[in-house]
Structure formats: structure tokens, C-alpha cells
Design a protein around this ligand. Structure first.
Ligand code: 572
Ligand code: ZN
Length: 354
């Protein structure tokens, strides 16, 4: 191998290091990838700062990163559909068991799934990484490596919009204009939403949302009441939206989502923070507002690749910062400060292009 396997490793809360790890050897059903572009997700920052994500606690050093693309440099003996040189996007969740969830196609719900950078499973923010070939998807020539990496957050949005039943003519309220809120905006539009309103505390993020096609932007203040905000949404749109996609995980925003959604509509919960929240459940029940959970995604990569290759969805403007892998610590600081939208790490010394 031409380069050492520099890897971005979290050791304990607040302790992030660049270290050299061995280049892995692919198993028969795996491929070895030379990593190209890896985006930083909020969960990477969270694990770095807190050493925990949900119920998953860091108990040993772990490589971060799960929004990734790379090039095949070695194929396992049983791999049929990929060859050396292929450019691929990586689906980071790989089921370990043929359980009921695997069999019914909702493999994201399998409790034993391998998932990059969820403790203790290593992620792919490194130079060389091996992965199940079945969960690597060949990128068409007109889809860049960075778009390939952005398929991961785009997948969250595709799954969220599917769970929320977004369809032709839907009116949609998106809470939060961070990376996930913005990809939900792009996907909801493409799935036929007729009107989209998006809210955030931060006017700069809403400016990006406007540029990406949001019809209405709502600047929220920290002490706005959920019922008042719900009324503002209704006034701005002319009627309550059919669907709300909640991307913040903040308790008051989940409350706003419920009050703000039309009777008979759907609230999809994408943002997740604390385990327990107080919500107006009876208000939702009496108005038959369905509250639906969203756990990552399943069966989204082929859809996402088709959307990118056809030019129907443009995720390129989401990348606001780029750093070479060697500057990962600085990159994580920028992501922590929530400057810009998506921070991308460039893992191939010989090709730092998008
Ligand atoms: O891109 C996938 C993703 N999923 C996140 C967070 C960031 N990025 N989730 C939040 C944490 N949960 S979890 O259930 N867990 C660690 C398994 O608490 C998964 C989804
Ligand atoms: Zn993520």
C-alpha cells in the first residue's frame, strides 16, 4: 500500500487522535477500500465529546466516520459485483443475523446490526477500510465521491420521507435546518411536496434552506411557545401542514411538531436526544396525528444513486468545509462549532477533489 492507514480514533470523551492502524485484509465477502471522502456527522462529534451515543458507550478506542465513499483496491474471493478500481458509496449498517427484520426487509431494526462508528464498531474515517461488498454500491461516473458520501445523510431523508408518507401535493413542515433538515427538504420536494416550511434558530441556515427551495422559512426564538409557533406555521402556509418532519430532537420542537400538524396527518421523528420527552400525546390521539419513528434507513442506496445520477437532487451545496484527513482534529472543531453545514474529510492524499 502506498500510504499508511491513518485513522481518526476516539479513545475517551474529548480524546480524539490520529493514529496509524494496520491495513485490514478483506474476508471472502468483503472489499478493501481506499477511502476518498468522509463527512462528519453530529453523532461523530457527540461520541468524541461524550463517549456515548444513545445506549452505546465507548469502552475501547473506536474509529469514527459513517458517511463515506471510496475506491475498491482489493476484492474478497467470493465477491462478484465489484472489481478493483470501482468507485463506491458505503452503506454503514450491515446486518449480522438473518433475523425477522432482515427477512422482512426492515434490516435497520435488527438489534445486532453492525454500524460504523456506533460503539464498539469501527467507522471508516481512515485511509483503508474493509466492508461487506453487498453494502458497497458502485457509483456512476457522473456521481462524485462527495455525493457518494452524502448518500448516507440523504438516506436518512429518503427513509424519513417514506415513513412520513410524503407524496404528490403534500404540505410539509421541517423542524431544523441542519444537514438532516436540509436533505429532508430536498427529498420531500422531489417526492412531490407542494409547499415546504422549515424552521431553525439560525437565520444563516434558513438562508441555505431558501436557496435549496424551501417555500417558507421560520426563524424560531428559544422561548417561543410550541402552540404559538404552530399557529405561526398555520398562518404562513394558509393551513396546517399534512406532515411534519422533526429533525432537532428538542422537546419543545417535538411539541410544536404535534400541535402544528393537520388532523389526520403524520409527525416523523428523525431528531433524537433524550430518551424521555413530554409531549401532547392526547392532542395527537384526538386529532389522529400519527407519530412515527425513524431509525436510520433501509433500502435507500439504490434510490439515492438514481436520484443523484439523474440530477433530480443536488446535494453538492451542502459541503461547506473540506479538510485533508491529516487535519481531522481541526475539522472536528469546526463541526463542533456548527460552522457551515457539512464538513468533509479528504482521505486520499493523491486526490482531494470533490
Ligand atoms: O446517520 C445515521 C445516524 N443515526 C443517528 C445519529 C447520527 N447519524 N442516530 C442517533 C442515535 N441512534 S441510537 O439508536 N444508536 C446509537 C443506535 O441511539 C441511531 C440513530
Ligand atoms: Zn449520521
Amino acid at each position: 500500500m502506498a500510504q499508511e492507514n491513518i485513522s481518526v480514533v476516539v479513545h475517551s470523551p474529548g480524546d480524539l487522535r490520529l493514529e496509524t492502524r494496520p491495513v485490514p485484509e478483506p474476508e471472502p465477502e468483503e472489499v478493501l477500500l481506499q477511502m476518498h471522502s468522509v463527512g462528519i456527522c453530529g453523532s461523530d462529534v457527540h461520541v468524541w465529546k461524550r463517549g456515548i451515543i444513545g445506549d452505546y458507550v465507548l469502552t475501547k478506542p473506536m474509529v469514527l466516520g459513517h458517511e463515506a465513499s471510496g475506491r475498491v483496491v482489493k476484492v474478497g474471493s467470493a465477491v462478484k459485483h465489484l472489481k478493483v478500481g470501482d468507485r463506491v458509496a458505503i452503506e454503514p449498517g450491515v446486518p449480522r443475523e438473518v433475523d425477522e427484520f432482515f427477512k422482512n426487509g426492515r434490516y435497520n431494526l435488527s438489534p445486532t446490526i453492525f454500524f460504523c462508528a456506533t460503539p464498539p464498531d469501527d467507522g471508516n474515517l481512515c485511509r483503508y477500510y474493509k466492508h461487506s461488498a453487498n453494502f458497497c454500491y458502485k457509483l456512476p461516473d457522473n456521481v462524485t465521491f462527495e455525493e457518494g458520501a452524502l448518500i448516507e445523510p440523504l438516506s436518512v431523508a429518503i427513509h424519513a420521507c417514506r415513513r412520513a408518507s410524503v407524496t404528490l401535493g403534500s404540505t410539509v413542515f421541517i423542524c431544523g435546518a441542519g444537514p438532516i433538515g436540509l436533505v429532508c427538504l430536498l427529498v420531500a420536494k422531489e417526492m412531490g411536496a407542494s409547499q415546504i416550511i422549515i424552521s431553525d434558530l439560525c437565520p444563516e441556515r434558513l438562508k441555505m434552506a431558501k436557496d435549496l427551495g424551501a417555500d417558507f422559512q421560520l426563524v424560531v426564538k428559544k422561548d417561543d411557545s410550541p402552540q404559538q409557533l404552530a399557529k405561526t406555521v398555520e398562518d404562513m402556509m394558509g393551513a396546517k401542514p399534512h406532515i411534519t418532519i422533526e429533525c432537532t430532537g428538542v422537546e419543545s420542537c417535538i411539541q410544536t411538531a404535534i400541535y402544528g400538524t393537520r388532523s389526520g396527518g403524520v409527525v416523523a421523528l428523525v431528531g433524537l436526544s433524550t430518551n424521555t420527552v413530554t409531549i401532547p400525546l392526547i392532542n395527537a390521539a384526538l386529532r389522529e396525528v400519527d407519530i412515527r419513528g425513524v431509525m436510520r434507513y433501509c433500502n435507500t442506496w439504490p434510490t439515492a444513486i438514481a436520484m443523484l445520477a439523474s440530477g433530480k437532487v443536488n446535494v453538492k451545496p451542502l459541503v461547506t468545509h473540506r479538510f485533508p484527513l491529516e487535519e481531522a482534529i481541526q475539522a472536528f472543531d469546526i463541526a463542533y462549532q456548527r460552522k457551515g453545514v457539512k464538513v468533509m474529510l479528504k482521505c486520499d492524499q493523491d486526490d482531494q477533489k470533490p
